[in-house]
Design a protein around this ligand. Structure first.
Ligand code: SF4
Length: 178
C-alpha cells in the first residue's frame, strides 16, 4: 500500500524536529515546506532556513523552500503593524503561510498538509486549526504538536544538536516588542 503523504509547513527548524518525528510515527511520508516571508531581516531568514535544512537532513526528509518575498507579506499585514503579538496581524500571517502551503500541496499532488506552528506555547491551536480547516477541511491535518511534550522535545533536540535558536517570532514587529 502506498504511504500517506503530508506537506509540513515548517516555521523554523527547531519547531520541526518533533513534528516530523510524530508524523513519521503516524505513518506519513513527510515533505517539509519552509515558507516564511514574515521573517526579517533577510540574514535571519537564511539562518533559520539553514537550521531547517539541518533538521530535515537529520530526519532524512525532503525540504522545499517557498519564495522569500517579504514585500508581499508586508502588503498583507498593512494596517496591522501595531497589533500586539497574538493579535489580528498574526491571524493574517498564519493564513498567508498556510494558504501557500495548501496551494503547494495541491501543486505537488500531496493530499494532506499541516504546520509546525501549533507546537509553540505562544500560539493557539484552535485558531490555527480553524484557519487550516477553512482552507481545506479534508486536506488539513489538525495536529496539535504541543501534545506529548512536543515543545520540550523540540528544545531538547535543539540543545543536543547545538542548533541556533531565535529569540523572536519572525517579523520585525515581534523583534521590536522584545
Ligand atoms: S508575531 Fe509572528 S505570527 Fe505574528 S505576525 Fe509576526 S511573524 Fe507572524
Amino acid at each position: 500500500m502506498a504511504m500517506k503523504k503530508v506537506l509540513l509547513h515548517i516555521c523554523c527548524g527547531i519547531c520541526s524536529s518533533w513534528a516530523i518525528e510524530k508524523l513519521k510515527i503516524d505513518g506519513f511520508q513527510v515533505c517539509g515546506f519552509f515558507y516564511n516571508p514574515n521573517i526579517q531581516p533577510e540574514e535571519e531568514y537564511f539562518k533559520r532556513l539553514a537550521v531547517a535544512q539541518k533538521v530535515a537532513e537529520f530526519h532524512r526528509i525532503e525540504l522545499l523552500a517557498g519564495k522569500y518575498d517579504p514585500d508581499k507579506w508586508q502588503q498583507e499585514v498593512k494596517g496591522r503593524e501595531n497589533d500586539p503579538e497574538g493579535g489580528k496581524r498574526c491571524l493574517v500571517c498564519f493564513h498567508f503561510r498556510l494558504k501557500e502551503t495548501f496551494r503547494k500541496a495541491v501543486e505537488l499532488g500531496i493530499e494532506h498538509f499541516t504546520t509546525t506552528l501549533t507546537i509553540s506555547p505562544h500560539k493557539n491551536f484552535e485558531v490555527i486549526k480553524n484557519i487550516g480547516s477553512s482552507l481545506s477541511p479534508e486536506g488539513f491535518l489538525a495536529y496539535n504538536f504541543k501534545k506529548e511534550d512536543g515543545f520540550k522535545k523540540s528544545n531538547k533536540f535543539c540543545r543536543e544538536h547545538e542548533l541556533y535558536r531565535q529569540n523572536y517570532c519572525g517579523c520585525l514587529y515581534s523583534r521590536i516588542s522584545l
